[in-house]
Write a protein that binds this ligand. Structure first.
Ligand SMILES: *[C@@H]1O[C@H](CO)[C@@H](O)[C@H](O)[C@H]1NC(C)=O
Ligand SMILES: *[C@@H]1O[C@H](CO)[C@@H](O)[C@H](O)[C@H]1NC(C)=O
Ligand SMILES: *[C@@H]1O[C@H](CO)[C@@H](O)[C@H](O)[C@H]1NC(C)=O
Ligand SMILES: *[C@@H]1O[C@H](CO)[C@@H](O)[C@H](O)[C@H]1NC(C)=O
Length: 396
């Protein structure tokens, strides 16, 4: 893929410059100098945590360096607050311990907790060893399953950045963002097979000012998903596919969920995904609000549901009867073009109890690739405006 080789090139140029700069100063904690073994089978969890603690508790700006080589790790927790900014410079490969039982108390394989001014970079890679874990996923059968650990978890992390990093075969979500403020992901590449369970690229919850750009995400589940309490989220220049697209939700599972608001998705491409731009709330659900969403300059290539609001979401087919109480309003779909692999390219299936309000459709051109006539739209309990050329014709 062309854009990936561009990332890699920029990455290596940058790497050389950066290492030179770092080596000139102090504050570099190279895990290899503290006993980490790059043989892909020694468990380095304790060494990594100890090295992190040394770096974290040193004054000034510090770097944990993970050099070339393959380092195996079980669940690790990098816990702040630290005395200054901290960078994980990963040029090597990290691979996960394959004993799924060892993660029972961990939401993530690698957790960053309560850190301010964290940078994770270096052109290295993470391998969650998903194939040995996916068989333990029970979420297709049960709504209350325990998810498998994400590859990286960011909990209470602020003013931070993840860049130039590749993650393959996460057990669960690749990157999980929880209670963060000011977190930027750019030039990351997340990969898992199309049929791998719940391997979302990035999942965001209870977080604000999260920006994701210039990245490629090809997984078995959502490209990016946003749960309760996600606000001020900017996503731009992201290529998704395969996978399930960019989703708000599922929402309304629990009482007193925080609202989702202020989402911008710009200049993104969906290729062969199950959905493109989706908002989903459980069929019977508790009350909350979703508002101020902008989806703009989006390309769809062979996407099953390019635009979909689904307030009857029930993937297991076994949900309580009833209406969603989640109110969706002020959702703008602008300049969305390309092809749909299903005849109904635009679906607004809103809740009879809380009809969608103020939906905007403008400059839409979605073409059905199959036989049996042109693409259509389907609306229930949705109101708003449509202007400019809109194909398929609007039903709001
Ligand atoms: C580390 O690996 C990268 C890519 O695999 C390579 O370009 C670089 O030269 C290596 N660095 C060292 C110090 O061996
Ligand atoms: C996020 O998106 C909004 C709406 O497009 C825009 O006003 C804002 O400048 C963006 N912020 C960043 C940091 O890109
Ligand atoms: C849109 O995104 C693509 C990558 O997916 C990038 O190459 C292009 O420069 C972006 N365009 C703008 C106007 O940002
Ligand atoms: C989608 O993927 C197919 C197959 O890999 C490729 O030929 C096509 O150019 C891609 N479309 C876009 C818009 O990137």
């Amino acid at each position: 893929m062309g854009s990936i080789s561009v990332f890699r090139f920029v990455c290596l140029m940058f790497l050389v410059a950066w290492i030179t700069e770092v080596e000139a100063g102090n504050g570099v904690f190279d895990v290899a100098n503290y006993g980490a073994v790059a043989d892909a089978k020694t468990d380095n969890s304790k060494v990594f945590e100890d090295v992190f603690n040394k770096a974290c508790q040193s004054e000034g700006s510090n770097v944990v360096l993970i050099p070339n080589g393959t380092y195996m790790l079980g669940p690790v927790m990098f816990s702040g607050p630290c005395k200054g900014p901290i960078t994980f410079f990963i040029t090597g490969a990290l691979i996960a311990h394959t004993d799924v039982a060892s993660y029972v108390d961990s939401y993530s394989w690698i957790t960053f907790y309560r850190i301010d001014r964290l940078v994770v970079r270096g052109c290295g890679s993470l391998d969650g060893q998903g194939p040995s874990a996916w068989g333990h996923n029970t979420c297709s059968k049960s709504k209350n399953c325990n998810p498998l650990p994400s590859s990286m978890g960011f909990d209470y992390v602020t003013n931070s950045r993840v860049t130039h990093l590749k993650s393959i075969n996460s057990m669960g979500v690749h990157m999980n963002v929880f209670e963060c403020t000011g977190l930027k992901f750019d030039r990351i590449h997340l990969i898992a097979p199309e049929d791998s369970p719940n391997t979302d690229g990035i999942h965001i919850g209870e977080s604000t000012h999260v920006h994701i750009s210039d990245s490629v995400i090809a997984t078995g589940d959502d490209c990016i998903s946003m749960g309760p309490g996600s606000s001020s989220i900017n996503i731009s220049n992201v290529q998704c596919g395969p996978g399930h697209g960019i989703s708000v939700g599922s929402l309304g599972r629990s009482a007193n969920e925080d609202d989702v608001s202020g989402l911008t998705v710009k200049n993104c491409t969906f290729n062969g995904t199950q959905n493109g731009l989706r908002v989903k709330t459980w069929a019977s659900s508790f009350a909350s609000n979703v508002f101020d969403l902008t989806f703009q300059d989006i390309n769809m290539d062979n996407v099953n549901n390019p635009i979909i609001i689904d307030q009857q979401y029930c993937p297991s087919g076994n949900c309580q009867q009833g209406n969603s109480q989640v109110q969706i309003r002020d959702a703008r779909f602008r300049n969305i073009k390309g092809t749909s692999s299903s005849k109904i390219a635009v679906t607004f299936e809103c809740s009879p109890s809380k009809p969608c309000q103020n939906i905007e459709l403008s400059d839409i051109d979605l073409v059905y690739v199959g036989d049996g006539g042109p693409a259509t739209s389907s609306c229930a309990y949705a109101s708003g405006v449509a202007y400019g050329p809109v194909h398929p014709p609007s039903c709001i």
